[in-house]
Design a protein around this ligand. Structure first.
Ligand SMILES: *[C@@H]1O[C@H](CO)[C@@H](O)[C@H](O)[C@H]1NC(C)=O
Ligand SMILES: *[C@@H]1O[C@H](CO)[C@@H](O)[C@H](O)[C@H]1NC(C)=O
Ligand SMILES: *[C@@H]1O[C@H](CO)[C@@H](O)[C@H](O)[C@H]1NC(C)=O
Ligand SMILES: *[C@@H]1O[C@H](CO)[C@@H](O)[C@H](O)[C@H]1NC(C)=O
Length: 238
């Protein structure tokens, strides 16, 4: 009979269209930060701290060991405790952010240049939790990428700056994600969003740069395919 084979052809078509529209999702290169690897790969013994990415990381074990030992003080001459020591809960979120930036392979689609990112959609819930953990901690700069004095290769609070609580500087999770790291991140209320921490399989693999373009691509194929199948069904039914 013709119908079963037609079903197979339909399935094949759907698979091919899916492949065309979504592309190959396996990410095989890292953003070009100063400490990033060229390609993501598993890390072995000595890898600590940034545990979610251990099986497929853009960061080295060495980086994670240094992060654990001295935060980013030796790595970038930057102290998160520039106003007062961060609370443990807040520090964990800042560490997550460092791990995410250094280790997450799926950031490549938001990479601009030199390790910089633009518009990575961060899940609203994650931003809200981050704000909640840090709201009573202090900082002297709203934008941690451009707000510090970086003379003599050391980040410090600009003269005349004052330390404020995170709650005063950022107001809420949206303010925090949208402004703390320049334009790197955006607060995303929808489902197409990344998390800076997870357990198990990396959920950030499923986040696409431009979700509407995949839908538009599908719609280009779907109507002709539906009409063809209808015609064929009618022809085969009688
Ligand atoms: C790890 O980092 C240290 C100093 O930061 C460096 O001396 C060492 O060569 C690095 N090891 C590897 C394997 O990259
Ligand atoms: C940190 O600052 C010192 C000088 O205070 C400088 O020699 C060193 O290269 C800097 N390290 C980094 C990673 O910028
Ligand atoms: C801040 O943390 C450092 C290192 O953990 C510690 O030595 C220091 O006493 C702390 N400072 C305050 C004011 O708690
Ligand atoms: C930056 O720091 C240097 C000293 O390291 C100082 O001379 C300069 O005035 C500072 N500038 C600002 C804007 O804070």
């Amino acid at each position: 009979m013709a119908r079963p084979s037609w079903v197979l052809i339909c399935l094949l078509l759907v698979a091919v269209i899916g492949e065309l529209c979504l592309g190959d999702k396996a990410v095989d290169k890292c953003i070009k930060g100063p400490l990033h690897k060229d390609k993501p790969s598993p890390e072995g013994p000595g890898y600590v701290e940034c545990t979610p990415w251990k099986d497929n990381a853009c960061c080295t074990a060495n980086f994670t060991a240094e992060l654990k030992r001295n935060n980013v003080e030796v790595l970038y001459n930057f102290s998160w405790n520039h106003c007062a020591n961060l609370s443990q809960a807040c520090e964990r979120f800042i560490k997550n952010e460092e791990c995410f930036w250094q280790c997450e392979p799926n950031l490549i689609n938001w990479h601009t240049t030199g390790g910089a990112l633009e518009g990575v959609p961060i899940c609203a819930k994650y931003c809200d939790d981050w704000f909640d953990a840090c709201k009573n901690d202090f900082t002297c700069a709203q934008d941690w990428l451009s707000g510090f004095n970086y003379s003599s290769s050391v980040y410090s609070c600009p003269t005349k700056s004052t330390c404020f609580k995170f709650s005063e500087v950022y107001s809420n999770g949206k303010g925090l994600c949208d402004t703390m790291w320049g334009k790197s991140f955006t607060y995303e209320k929808g489902d197409n969003c990344m998390s800076m921490w997870f357990t198990g399989k990396n959920p950030n693999e499923d986040v696409t740069r431009n979700p509407t373009s995949a839908a538009t691509c599908y719609s280009k194929f779907i109507y002709p395919a539906m009409i063809l199948s209808l015609i064929n069904l009618l022809l085969n039914s009688y």
